[in-house]
Design a protein around this ligand. Sequence first.
Ligand code: FES
Ligand SMILES: [Fe+2]
Length: 399
Amino acid sequence: MVREEQLRLLNGLISHLDNKTNINAGGILKTPADTYISEERFEMEWSDFFLNHPQILGLSGDLPKPGTYVTTEDFGIPILAVRDEEGMFKAYANVCSHRGVTVESGSRGEKSKFSCPFHGWTFNNNGELVGYPKKDQFGEIDKDCYGLKQLPAKEKYGFLWVHPSSEGDIDLSELLGERLMEEFDSWDFESLIFANEETYSTDMNWKLAIDTFGETYHFSVLHKDSLFESFHGNCQMFDSFKRNGRLILCRRSIDEMRKLPESEWDICAGSLPVYYLFPNIIFMPTPEGAFLVKEYPAEESPHKSFSKISFYFYPHVLEQIEELEKSGVNAKQYLEEQYSGFASVIRDEDYVAAASSHKGLLSGNLDYLTFGKNEPALHHYHNTYREALGLQSLPLEKA
Ligand code: FES
Ligand SMILES: [Fe+2]
């Protein structure tokens, strides 16, 4: 993040702390219960936001070198993503051109040829059919007509985008806008190295999971024995970038950092930036690396979802860890436990509360959920969500 912006945000947090204020959206917003529980609404979301919208598949670090791959079926269709021998990121439908079987069933790894488990047709990481068994018995076919279907794929700023439809388009200026593109350009997400991924399944609408990342009003209550120890609750900065948003959470370490000259301040040391990337991504850079959270509906139902929480580290952090390990310190395990611990707070506290909200909504006793003046990220999220579905925006109400 550019220096001036880091200082603006950190000074904004400090000013809120000193004045006991918080960001103010100027009113409250009420989102109707059908946002979360309507089957009809869900059909619209599934089609517009998942089957027909560019998706962030992961980070560049998920494909660390030529000849690596990842697969996913998280947004409906089976996808095989690879880094080819030239280092290019490419994506294909993971669908065998012979009779449609999923070609690669591993989730990630190092492989540049993919052999279908049904009859053994084999494809390279350019998607070409390079061989099929018993050619004399099967018959002669034009291998050029039997490649894997290629999908639009783009790698930029350390993110991997894929479009689930071969006809789709990935336009980053349209998705992110110039300001966010410039901001992403100033980070170094390209160098992040994948460390771990965990999947949590929950009985709730996928947007309730996103809502939990949109405010810190709950920190002093829900997280009083966990995150509240390292974060000031009720203190944030928020900015929007087209349909995306960036919330800046206030780490308690800002109390020490502010005593240093501004030239030594760092956005990740004094805060936790939380990027929301439309439609379903939460991305949080940290001093050591980053968390990538992907929220998906499950079983094509508004009532079930799953989250994939991955974390990544910068190479220099891994080098320092290696040095520490050499001197007998169990540093890698310690760091991974810290990151897993953060992820388990999300699972055991945020998602438990969110699933409880979903149950409350299903009970029919609540007509709408309310977002306060201090929750502008959720105002922005719910109104851009509605705008994207062609629904009327929600009015700001006096409070
Ligand atoms: S379906 Fe893949 S080889 Fe037959
Ligand atoms: Fe939380």
